[in-house]
Design a protein around this ligand. Structure first.
Ligand SMILES: CC(C)(COP(=O)(O)OP(=O)(O)OC[C@H]1O[C@@H](n2cnc3c(N)ncnc32)[C@H](O)[C@@H]1OP(=O)(O)O)[C@@H](O)C(=O)NCCC(=O)NCCS
Length: 195
């Protein structure tokens, strides 16, 4: 059984190396195909440590971190995350942004992903003042050459958590894929739910 812990701020520092390698390992797979780098990851994770009211939910098997999930008020996110909301006339202060969830594959299908959403949404509700929770997912072609035959999109899982796709809210993130020489833009679509 996994133990879940909600952590914020400096308490997260000790977990940075574990979190960074976990993200790199999980995001190597389709649909991300992310060729991660530990230094970038450590810097990225600092955003969550420094930003007020952010949270990381850790899943432990004993003392090993096997999963993690991030959340941050949208107002503290980068311009590429905020821009679609501003353009759509949505008040950035009213939105809590769920960054990502990663879980080692052998621990999947046992409820940790549901718990990650429950914890982040509970955190946003406890903070107060947030009307919406959102996250975004990468969009990949159905016939993408790296799509595994048994790949199961998370759309059904997300809908069951109450989120709806918002095609008017799109942005691009940049990362380097496993077979790329340098970073390229990836189309991202947002999903939202009312809290
Ligand atoms: C996203 C991710 C964290 C989900 O984790 P997970 O632990 O497998 O998810 P869960 O087990 O909570 O949910 C999966 C299904 O099992 C069900 N389930 C199985 N046992 C359960 C239990 N004991 N309690 C609750 N739900 C359970 C859930 O209801 C869900 O079914 P649904 O899709 O029909 O709603 C995991 O798939 C992952 O790391 N994927 C790779 C990275 C990724 O794509 N992240 C998302 C975007 S950043």
């Amino acid at each position: 059984m996994l133990e879940m812990q909600r952590l914020s701020g400096e308490a997260l520092n000790q977990f940075i190396p574990q979190l960074a390698s976990l993200r790199i390992q999980v995001f190597r797979d389709f649909p991300y195909l992310y060729d991660g780098d530990l230094q970038y990851e450590a810097r990225y994770l600092q955003t969550y440590i420094q930003a007020p009211d952010s949270v990381i939910v850790l899943a432990f098997d004993g003392d090993k971190v096997v999963g993690a999930s991030t959340g941050i008020p949208l107002k503290y996110e980068t311009d590429e995350v905020k821009a679609p909301f501003i353009n759509a006339g949505i008040d950035v202060d009213s939105v809590f942004y769920c960054g990502e969830s990663v879980l080692l594959s052998q621990y999947r299908g046992k409820g940790a992903g549901v718990a990650f959403f429950d914890h982040r949404e509970a955190h946003a509700r406890e903070l107060g003042g947030y009307q919406y929770s959102c996250f975004c997912g990468v969009q990949r072609a159905e016939d993408h050459p790296h799509r595994p035959a048994d790949f199961k999109p998370l759309d059904t899982f997300w809908r069951k958590r109450g989120y709806e796709k918002r095609p008017e809210l799109q942005t691009t993130f940049h990362w380097k894929e496993l077979d790329e020489e340098q970073e390229s833009a990836k189309p991202m679509m947002f999903w939202m739910k009312k809290l």
